[in-house]
Design a protein around this ligand. Sequence first.
Ligand code: NOJ
Length: 720
Amino acid sequence: MRSPILAALLATASSAATIDWTAAYEKANASLAKLSLNDKVNIVSGVGWNKGPCVGNTAAVGSISYPQLCLQDGPLGVRFATGVNAFVPGIHAAATWDRALMRERGQFMAEETKGVGVHVLLGPVAGPLGKNPAGGRNWEGFGADPYLQGIAMAETIEGMQSVGVQANAKHYILNEQELNRETMSSNVDDRTLHELYLWPFADAVHSEVVSVMCSYNKINGTWACENPYVMDTILKKELGFQGYIMTDWNAQHSTSPAATAGLDMTMPGSDFNGGSVFWGSKLTQAVNSGEVPQSRLDDMVRRVLAAWYVLGQDSGYPATNLKASVQGTHKTNIRATARDGIVLLKNDDSILPLKKPAKLGLVGSAAVVNPQGMNSCTDQGCNTGALGMGWGSGTASYAYFSAPDAAIKTRAQADGTQISMSASDSTSAVGSAVNGADVAIVFITSDSGEGYITVENNAGDRNNLDPWHNGNELVKAVAAANENVIVVIHSVGPVILETILAQPSVKAIVWAGLPAQENGNALVDILYGDASPSGKLPYTIAKSASDYGIQVVSGNDDYKEGLYVDYRKFDRDEIEPRYEFGYGLSYTNFTYSDIFVDGRPNAGPATGDIISGGRADLWETIITVTVTVANTGAVQGAEVAQLYIGFPESAAAPPKQLRGFEKLALEPGASDIAAFNIRRRDVSIWDVAQKEWVVPEGTFTFSVGASSRDIRLSGTLDSV
Ligand code: NOJ
């Protein structure tokens, strides 16, 4: 059956960013002709750690008015800058499932980046993908599904580059844990590589990201930054990437093999962290001896210059000044993403939103700002006080910090609510705070970060998926003293909630994620019903850590789980999750009706020119699915309608895979249409023998629902 609105939808199908590589390459070629060998080597070699204003710097080249290029972390704002905002981490932006907020976040971060004269902001992150729930840096990226990651990468990159800042897609590729990240090999089969880990990088290239960072680890035995298969064959040829590849900091291990494999820039260019220098004068020698062809060096330089030209950085770009005050009014995006990324997991007896309680008890050290100061821990390397982000290079300083206790107190005043509190994690202090309170709110956390900092014995990766600071015991104590308990959890990733759920007094669980500097304000928006919760989990919360089937490994990682990561594994093995991928409650109700599935995929591989992001035909919409979503409850709310595809049996694919989502804001009684444009890539699998994307033969199922386990409607189509 054909939906009447299909034609209109096809007309508005989203297209990649417009960017003029041809003109940029012409300018780059003209400049290249003016450069000496020394100039060229300088453009592709960092000047050394701590030898410039940024974490990465190259030398200026006066003859072509090329500046000292400044590369700065990171994925949620400008690190080490003093007049910027700390935006919500990637994982929390992902939990909003809101494309417009993701794009605006990218744009606002880039406006600040440009304002402080940084040329390259080192983000967004699509690796780790988060296959390992304990992986230390999962929170920098966009959740444990390649499609969600891909959309978030695309929106962020297009938002960032729209203001002329170079985005950097990292870490390429298979850098899924912190332990031994600089020595281990990630060994993976080609299908898993393509369908899971490469997928969001293809989106990044399709959105014209101008730079990519190769990762520390080896891939199938060869260092990522000297791996010709992932850099040259896949990224540059298969995906048609026109920008440049830089190393992660000190991720280089050779001079010529790295150059001939496709590396274009080395960072930071000195003996950072006990490493060695492989380019600079060594690259000059290698070119002089013919070991590295002159044409390869020219290609590196051309790529770096083209990235600079293509975003217009050659004209009027501000000088680097990390002290400039550039916050503008960007906190509106931080408040909105912080709020809309909160996931309501449980709400018995409709205890939320709060109904003007006479007395409210607050418990937990995470209810208050870090008593030593909101930015007192280097690179946020501590879990003291309220949590807004993980730790490591992917952090920024908070411009201010809205803590839960302060925000709740302000709001409670309006209702005449009395607040009592215990800002500690000691179970013995609980009683005085919650006895006689109408409602008790207890705050717990779980933290992780980059491996160069160890926090409370967690060397980057989390030691386990339990709440920190004795959180289970704290909740038990609160639940023993009060019958109406709300648990608020700030966390980098899944936490095992079984002990908490076993307490009958725990009526609600608010998964508050990582809301950066708007922590308290965002929480109040949800607790008091100023907004209906609309976040959905970007990963599965299991009943037991072992259900994920994946752990941090101490040697090499053979990726034996293949495609069966997160919900893909739970579905295949019929393991019941506690809260599934895509799950989240609202204060209202939504119904789904009228599914239309239209289109006809042709089985087999297609042909198409290579554009940015791969074969052109892979990006064409070939199927459309629409459903009507209605708000049948009493309050305004937003629903994330999700589309999952079940592939034909011949594909040997996971039972269902996310291939579309749309967030609809609806007034009570209103309805709207969620429309999903399914591209050829969305119904293709990577054929290892043909080394090509292929549409498998058979029947496809298109399921639409409110989560990966709450499917409301489905339809089928056969490939022909
Ligand atoms: C190493 C991290 O892996 C990377 O993400 C970061 O950009 C660099 N350090 C520079 O700080």
